[in-house]
Design a protein around this ligand. Structure first.
Ligand code: SIN
Ligand code: CO
Length: 382
């Protein structure tokens, strides 16, 4: 268990004062921090085809970026090099535990755990991220500079697939030690260079933009044959100039578009599907010898049985007037409201005990769903 101490602030004080507002240095955010993963294990993950990884080097002021999977690590030099591996929480349960400390922020906003290893002077250069990030210092030390959003930062592309910015003014300038954490809101410039071999853990967040959402919602409308209402104008009047699209016609079109978004049922169905889909592959192992609902009831009836959610699975719910939409891995299931507490066990916890599940034992739809997701390999019995 990683215990997060945000400079003695409560979670709500942190949200009020810093979240999406200003960067924060959290000294000893994790006291006595022990790395859950070694540089060698990280390199092992970077050799896998289905895991996204990069090596960035900055030898002699020349930047280079290489994409994994890597067969060997000859590119990773004793200095000026960084290996970055995305979504390690999907593959490494011990590393995934770091995310638990940040679960005071809603599930759907948390994205993944990226882990980097840098040799001395290694880093990815000055840059901006579109998302909030907590950067935790594991083994080693790294010198970080972080600034507030600055209007005229010039972007530079020092090599293919690396976007950096020119010099920025820093409000935090610090050498992080194991267990120290930086919170960096979106668009705050930052750069970090290892002082000695260093491992860093980045807890990243999701914040879809309008284009992403509109395009994904349009796909949802197409797939479900929705949004077919056409523009109509039974009150059309004769006009002097036929070349103009008039202001009231623009308003009619705007309203026609808004109507599809105002349909909350459709919006919620889409939102549950899209927000519960992981961006990176999951380490799912469907069960060969399938459990029956009675097997699961039997397990719940016992003491000391644990049910564990696999790393990276996104489980969410939305409440309707008389039902709940439960979503995981892009799939929605509708439950009656009386099952809210049972559903919350699947969404609000990554680990549940048979004792916590005992009061749900008579909800047959819930037991069917739990059996299904265990058989699919999204939760496992310990
Ligand atoms: C890193 O760990 O090298 C990159 C973290 C970041 O700046 O986003
Ligand atoms: Co960054």
């Amino acid at each position: 268990m990683y215990q997060l101490n945000i400079n003695n602030l409560s979670h709500s004080e942190f949200l009020e004062k810093y979240w999406q507002k200003k960067p924060l240095l959290i000294k000893a955010g994790f006291e006595n921090f022990q790395d859950p993963i070694s540089a060698e294990e990280l390199a092992g993950l970077a050799m896998e085809e289905n895991i996204e990884s990069r090596i960035i080097t900055n030898q002699d002021d020349k930047w280079d970026a290489h994409h994994g999977p890597f067969e060997d690590f000859s590119l990773l030099k004793p200095t000026h090099s960084t290996l970055l591996v995305q979504a390690v929480d999907h593959w490494h349960p011990e590393a995934a535990e770091i995310l638990e400390a940040f679960r005071f922020i809603p599930n759907w906003r948390i994205d993944d755990l990226m882990i980097s290893f840098s040799s001395p002077k290694g880093g990815v250069g000055p840059h901006l991220d579109q998302y909030d990030v907590f950067i935790i210092q594991g083994e080693g030390k790294r010198h970080w500079r972080v600034g507030m959003p600055q209007p005229k930062l010039k972007e530079v592309i020092p090599c293919n697939s690396l976007l950096q910015i020119e010099n920025f003014e820093a409000c935090i300038d610090v050498v992080l030690e194991p267990g120290d954490i930086l919170y960096i809101p979106p668009s705050c410039p930052h750069e970090g260079y290892a002082v000695e071999n260093a491992i860093n853990y980045s807890v990243g967040f999701r914040a879809p933009n309008q284009t992403d959402m509109l395009s994904s919602f349009a796909d949802h409308l197409i797939d479900n044959e929705l949004g077919k209402r056409r523009y109509s104008d039974p009150q059309l009047q004769l006009r002097d100039s036929i070349g103009e699209i008039q202001e009231d016609e623009l308003s009619n079109i705007q309203n026609l578009l808004l109507d599809v978004i105002k349909d909350k049922d459709s919006l919620k169905t889409w939102l549950g599907r899209t927000m519960s889909e992981a961006k990176h592959e999951l380490d799912v192992a469907p069960i060969e010898d399938k459990y029956t609902c009675d097997d699961i009831i039997d397990l719940i009836s016992q003491e000391d049985i644990n049910f564990v959610r696999i790393g990276g699975l996104r489980a969410l719910y939305q409440v309707n007037r008389d039902s709940i939409i439960f979503s995981y891995q892009g799939e929605n299931t509708i439950f009656p409201l009386e099952m809210l507490q049972s559903i919350q066990l699947l969404t609000d916890y990554s680990f549940i005990t048979s004792d916590q599940l005992k009061s749900s034992i008579n909800f047959s739809l819930f037991i069917e769903t739990l059996t299904k997701i265990i058989n699919e390999g999204y939760w496992y019995v310990e």
